[in-house]
Design a protein around this ligand. Structure first.
Ligand code: IMP
Ligand code: MG
Length: 174
């Protein structure tokens, strides 16, 4: 198995900065309440947070739809809920990647029932070819083809999250 670089460390830094500037501008005068979807979104969230200028908070949620599989089972459950109420707040959900869309579709539905003022989504990666359910995403870092990727938070069987780039797994040599 080999891992080829799909998005370099430098490209990640550059794009995160751009997104930070854009989001900061659009939230001027408001507070950004970031909700990170664990565990994959954590590296992107911390880097993005450093590029934001408006006041902001962070909370974390863990949702499971995959287990250790690389394909969707369609089963989504809350593994860890938020610590704080989101009522009346402007919520920015931070995701690593949108694949089928099931995770975010479910999450937005659950969070909307808690009466936030607004919910927007920023995802580092988007695989639109794989979409099963529709999700409205305001900010996308990179649109990528239908490939399984790892690194910068994303895992394969809980490994490779620490790679400083986004890599593509190819199973050639067996
Ligand atoms: P969705 O519900 O199908 O959109 O699944 C989204 C979640 O699946 C992501 O937040 C990831 O945790 C995981 N996932 C989807 N595609 C990949 C991938 O290529 N590499 C690693 N994790 C992935
Ligand atoms: Mg995720």
């Amino acid at each position: 198995m080999t891992i080829d670089v799909l998005i370099s460390k430098e490209e990640l830094v550059k794009r995160t900065k751009e997104l930070g500037e854009q989001i900061s501008k659009e939230y001027e005068g408001k507070e950004i309440n970031m909700i990170c979807v664990l565990k994959g979104g954590v590296m992107f969230m911390t880097d993005l947070a450093k590029e934001l200028t408006p006041p902001m908070t962070m909370d974390f949620m863990a949702i499971s739809s995959y287990g250790n599989e690389t394909t969707s089972t369609g089963v989504v459950k809350i593994v860890k809920d938020l610590d704080d109420s989101i009522e009346g707040k402007d919520i920015l959900i931070v995701e690593d990647i949108i694949d089928s869309g099931r995770t975010l579709n479910y999450l937005v539905h659950v969070l909307n029932q808690r009466n936030p003022n607004s919910i927007k989504i920023v995802t580092l990666l988007d695989k639109p070819d794989r979409r099963v359910v529709n999700v409205d995403v305001e900010y996308v870092g990179f649109t990528i083809p239908d490939e399984f990727v790892v690194g910068y938070g994303l895992d394969y069987c809980q490994h490779y999250r620490n790679l400083p780039y986004i890599g593509k797994i190819s199973v050639l040599d067996e």
